[in-house]
Ligand binder design. Structure first.
Ligand code: PLP
Length: 356
């Protein structure tokens, strides 16, 4: 029932690049500087786990190094090994999962989370750098108070690079868990004589009590909440593969979830839930943007494709933007019922990543 279809000219002529994730490195550096300025007494590290929240750690980490950052955090040893060759030796790469059995931690600093990890690490890497994570109430990672009390002197004698903990509710400034965790962290680390670290992005914004010696911003660098003043970092621009006219009453997409309420023009763009465009965006009022003009997503988001109502456009451009100034990461996350972190880290490997 299609009345008009076909490749739009630009793609046919091979002019359009692959669909694209455009990553604004100067914006990441500006966000880092802004967060560092909120914690003037502390050294500002950078968390680049999960491939720098999906944006490309081998590009992001060296840029931050050139801007003066010397402390990097990853979740896994493999992530650390991936960026190690891209950073000079004086960059410290700390591995939050610590020392897992069989891990190759050459050139990395494991953040040891339990007495078992501590003893394994000291047996296998004597003299090499390590750090300690304490659990102050989140009950996720780190040594509990009694475990810590039992080995504290031995750990301190071995010379940890720093001691850290993590806040569960730092994105809610009024949450009583923040002050409670702060008090526990202070009690567990008082008199250690070792640099201390408690705050991620949210903790930086809680104020100086939370800053200690090293702060560990992640999501705020990449333009996400809770750093509301962050500069946007990501533009996600999708190619229009095809456009067609659809008559009032016709269906669009899987399960016929959308029927055109009027004669409509529909564009099909070349990314879907396999690229991290969450299927839960379907039918919830998210749009792609042609410049300033919002073009609603209609029908279901499918694996590789999205259908968009472009009836309002005089001319359909080669590309439509899903993440842009009009619809930042956190707005998209809100529509999809999730958080900016998940939107960013879901962005898949099929995008052409362009760095500015
Ligand atoms: C992910 C993580 C961070 C960074 O958190 P953001 O909220 O992204 O700033 C810092 N510390 C630890 C332990 C983490 O797991």
């Amino acid at each position: 029932m299609m009345r008009r279809s076909g490749l739009d000219g630009a793609q046919d002529r091979g002019q359009a690049k692959a669909m694209g994730l455009i990553i604004d490195i100067p914006a990441i550096l500006a966000n880092h500087a802004a967060l560092a300025a909120r914690a003037p007494g502390a050294r500002a590290a950078a968390v680049v786990k999960a491939d720098a929240y999906g944006l490309g750690a081998t590009r992001v980490a060296p840029a931050l190094y050139r801007a003066g950052v010397r402390d990097f955090f990853v979740a896994l040893a493999a992530e650390g090994r991936a960026i190690r060759p891209h950073l000079p030796q004086d960059a410290r790469i700390s591995v939050l999962s610590g020392h897992m059995e069989g891990a190759d931690l050459t050139g990395l600093t494991p953040v040891l989370n339990s007495p078992a990890q501590f003893f394994r690490d000291r047996a296998m890497r004597p003299g090499q750098s390590f750090a300690i994570q304490l659990d102050t109430g989140m009950n996720r990672l780190g040594m509990e108070a009694p475990e810590w009390a039992a080995i504290r002197d031995e750990v301190l004698a071995a010379g940890p690079a720093f001691i850290m903990s993590h806040l569960a509710c730092a994105d809610e400034p009024g949450h009583p868990a923040n002050a409670a965790q702060l008090a526990v962290f202070r009690a567990m680390t008082e008199g250690c004589g070792v640099p201390r670290s408690l705050a991620a992005t949210g903790g930086i914004l809680l104020g100086p009590d939370y800053h200690f010696d090293i702060v560990r911003p992640g999501v705020g660098l990449y333009g996400g909440l809770p750093f509301a003043e962050a500069r946007g970092v990501v533009t996600l621009s999708l190619r229009v593969i095809q456009t067609r006219d659809v008559a009032a009453g016709e269906m669009v997409g899987y399960s016929a979830a959308w029927h055109a309420p009027r004669d409509s023009r529909i564009a099909t763009v070349d990314a879907g839930y396999a690229d991290g465009i969450l299927r839960s965006l379907s039918g919830r009022g998210a749009s792609l943007y042609a410049g300033d003009v919002a073009c609603p997503i209609v029908g279901r988001v499918s694996m590789d494709l999205i259908t968009v109502d472009v009836t309002g456009l005089d001319q359909v451009p080669d590309r439509l933007d899903l993440i842009c100034a009009h619809q930042p990461v956190d707005r998209l996350a809100e529509i999809a019922g999730t958080i900016g972190y998940e939107v960013l880290t879901s962005l898949g490997s099929r995008y052409d990543r362009t760095y500015r």
